[in-house]
Design a binder for this molecule. Structure first.
Ligand code: COA
Length: 325
């Protein structure tokens, strides 16, 4: 048994092709779809996103983020005894992106599996890794969010294709005598399956149903702010802390208006809100570790800071992790 788990290193990786709103608007205009930088910025806060090359997979992006996190933690890949990849865009139906990524890191033997909780995937994965470390099933974990959402976007649907991007973020989570992760809180409500989904699948060698993302943006918007507030408050109660103890709020980077609404509900200053959605759009399970790593590397987040990580997404799923960094 270990007392706590603690993040000892962060890393991230974005594919090289940066697509600004103006670039995307021009590409869409060529197919008769009208959008604008102004509309996208006003409704979402997104200025650009990154798209991976067609032959690049989630495990490719995730492996690079993992290498960067290992370097930051001062660990070698062969010290890792657990790999969890949060993704809804895995390389294959099976095996998991985690197994493929393990091989890319040049290691073998440790447990490796994927978690599929869409945009809440990283907080789900971090919660599982924390539990496995505290029960003694693992001592040094790689927890990764990696996505190539560009593969499941319908570029004839302007209400969704302007929102998402590709990328990966990772943390090394280690057994520790000091916290670390203070409290976690996970939820799902499957009756909302239809408001955010990719309803297709592979069957009998053919695609069955529609394999592209569908979303009722307004329904998602309304649900998201309420559940993010509830999950944050639940972790604070479990940890015996208050909103005033939070140094940085790192919500899932989907839409600046949802993020600011959540901060306001928690009566937090917007100065404490970590925002990277402007740069990389909604990268689903990758968005929280991407935002975390960017803020650690820029010097904004410092060792000892108290962080509230919050995910929300398809399922409907939501959850939060409160931690001392
Ligand atoms: C998707 C979202 C940005 C749409 O914003 P909205 O204010 O709800 O916009 P609406 O859907 O009401 O559309 C308003 C108008 O903009 C138009 N529009 C939609 N997408 C557009 C685009 N990319 N460019 C230009 N116009 C667009 C609509 O057609 C509509 O036009 P109309 O009034 O003539 O019918 C917003 O609902 C949202 O952010 N939802 C949450 C999505 C999210 O975060 N999902 C991920 C969660 S994990």
């Amino acid at each position: 048994m270990n007392k706590y788990s603690r993040i000892t290193g962060t890393g991230s990786y974005l594919p090289p092709r940066r697509v600004t709103n103006a670039d995307l608007a021009a590409e869409l205009a060529a197919t008769g779809i009208e959008t604008s930088d102004q509309w996208i910025v006003e409704r979402t806060g997104i200025h650009s996103r990154y798209f991976a090359a067609p032959d690049v997979t989630s495990s490719d992006l995730g492996a690079q983020a993992a290498r960067n996190a290992l370097e930051a933690a001062g660990r070698n890949a062969d010290e890792i005894d657990l790999i969890i990849v949060a993704t809804s865009t895995p390389d294959m139906v099976f095996p998991s992106a985690a197994c493929i990524l393990q091989n890319k890191l040049g290691i073998a033997g440790c447990a490796a599996f994927d978690v599929q909780a869409v945009c809440s995937g990283f907080v789900y994965a971090l919660t599982i890794a924390d539990a496995m470390i505290r029960t003694g099933s693992a001592s040094k974990a790689l927890v990764i969010g990696a996505e190539v959402f560009s593969r499941i976007l319908d570029f004839t649907d302007r209400t969704t294709c302007v929102l998402f991007g590709d990328g990966a973020g990772a943390v090394v989570l280690e057994a520790s005598d000091t916290p670390g992760i203070l409290a976690t809180d996970l939820h799902a409500d499957g009756k909302h399956v239809g408001i955010l989904c990719v309803p297709g699948t592979v069957s009998g060698g053919k695609i069955l149903g529609d394999p592209l993302l569908k979303m009722d943006g307004q329904a998602v918007f309304k649900l998201a702010i309420g559940v993010l507030e509830d999950a944050a408050r639940a972790t604070l109660t479990k940890a015996g802390r208050t909103e005033a103890d939070i140094d940085w709020l790192i919500p899932h980077q989907a839409n600046i208006r949802i993020m600011q609404g959540t901060a306001r509900k928690l009566k937090m200053s917007l100065d404490k809100l970590i925002v990277t959605v402007n740069e990389h759009g909604n990268t689903s399970a990758a968005s929280i570790p991407l935002a975390l790593d960017a803020s650690v590397r820029s010097g904004k987040i410092k060792k000892g800071d108290t962080l509230m990580l919050e995910g929300v997404g398809g399922g409907f799923t939501w959850g939060a992790v409160l931690l001392d960094f």
